[in-house]
Design a protein around this ligand. Structure first.
Ligand SMILES: NC(=O)c1ccc[n+]([C@@H]2O[C@H](COP(=O)([O-])OP(=O)(O)OC[C@H]3O[C@@H](n4cnc5c(N)ncnc54)[C@H](OP(=O)(O)O)[C@@H]3O)[C@@H](O)[C@H]2O)c1
Length: 340
């Protein structure tokens, strides 16, 4: 249960941050993925209104972070903001960024993993991973784990168990695909996958690749967004005893730069997926409920929020065995074990 059952799809991030302003005041908050006209920007603006101790932006393009920082400071002049460059598609860059963030902060009260890409063609990260899986999950997995000592430091100094949060932005699109443990890089056709790894299939809706091909971009996005929910399942399981909670959020449908890599046909497909389009401020709301609502600290079964309320993710994104399998796969990909 959330504190405010009246919050819903039209609620704004501004309203949520105001309702929970005590949870923002004095906090060190890291937002990953911050650009103008994006959800990262609207979250930063809503949070800055309530005197956080420090906002850290970690994102790919320095000039875009600077633009958002100037905008935030023009409205909330006292806000302390640090900018850290990171390319989540490069594990070396993630390690460097984590080192920089760890040198700036003594603790992290709230980490919001918001960055993601949507692609139309198969691309690879520096380490040869499928780009959406690599950028949307593996990079954030490594970054989060490397920042954990500072998150644990915040929990040790917090009087309220469960108020220290790691929030992972997912998408309703997670329903399209489970984790393809035998084929994260899309080398196989769906009929060659075990049944439980195949993408969603409904009468009239097919995610099959064209003949002779194996890559379906929306399936790859779905896999990466399932990974975001399973990452929250694992983090809560491993860290709840330390007073840390993780929740995944579907922010709604918001027309941002996320579809920048899609052609007109695919943008058109996306435009038909939503019954309600949120503005940027509304797009920040669900994630800020997950990050701030004190009532969500105690209930360890809450993994996923949609429209500012507790919701249920697809079964393949709630499964604890899949969550542990993904954790181990992610550790082997980044070449480091994290004993929590
Ligand atoms: N908008 C929607 O309708 C919608 C729906 C469901 C879920 N979501 C989720 O909401 C989150 C925010 O999306 P958005 O709509 O605000 O998209 P956006 O405007 O494209 O913002 C994505 C952010 O991620 C950053 N980013 C992308 N690749 C990166 C990389 N390799 N390294 C570091 N940063 C990187 C981008 O930086 P640059 O601009 O510098 O590239 C940008 O700041 C995503 O997780 C997305 O999956 C959005």
């Amino acid at each position: 249960m959330t504190t405010n059952p009246e919050f819903g799809q039209s609620t704004t991030g501004t309203t949520v941050a105001k309702a929970f302003s005590d949870e923002v005041r004095g906090k060190v908050i890291v937002i990953v993925g911050v650009s103008p006209q994006s959800i990262g920007e609207s979250m930063a603006l809503a949070l800055a209104a309530h005197d956080p101790a420090l906002l850290v932006f970690a994102s790919r393009t320095k000039s875009k972070m600077e633009e958002v920082s100037s905008k935030v400071k023009s409205v909330h002049g006292k806000t302390k903001i640090e900018l850290v460059g990171v390319d989540l598609a490069s594990l070396a860059s993630v390690r460097e960024a984590a080192k920089t963030i760890n040198s700036i902060v003594d603790r992290i009260d709230i980490l919001i993993n918001n960055a993601a890409v949507v692609l139309q063609r198969h691309e690879s990260t520096q380490e040869g991973l499928e780009m959406q899986f690599g950028t949307n999950h593996i990079g954030p997995f490594l970054l989060t784990n490397l920042l954990l000592p500072k998150i644990i430091a915040a929990a040790e100094n917090s009087a309220t168990k469960g108020s220290i949060r790691i929030i992972n932005l997912t998408s309703q699109g997670h329903i399209i695909s489970p984790i393809r443990f035998s084929d994260t890089n899309f080398k196989k056709r769906p009929e060659d996958l075990p049944l439980e790894e195949r993408p969603m299939s409904r009468p009239g809706v097919s995610f099959d690749p064209p003949p002779g091909e194996t890559y379906v971009p929306f399936v790859a996005y779905g896999q990466s967004k399932t990974a975001n929910v399973l990452f929250s399942v694992s983090l809560t399981k491993k860290l709840a005893s330390k007073g840390i909670r993780s929740i995944a959020t579907h922010p709604g449908s918001i027309w941002t730069d996320l579809s920048r890599n899609l052609d007109e046909k695919h943008q058109d497909l996306i435009s038909k997926t939503a019954g309600f389009w949120k503005d940027l401020d509304q797009g920040a709301a669900t994630t800020l409920v997950a990050a701030l609502d004190p009532k969500l600290g105690a209930d360890l079964d809450i993994t996923y929020l949609n429209d500012c309320q507790v919701a249920q993710a697809a079964e393949h994104a709630r499964d604890e065995k899949a969550a542990e399998g993904l954790w181990q796969l992610s550790e082997s990909i980044v070449g480091q074990e994290f004993k929590l």
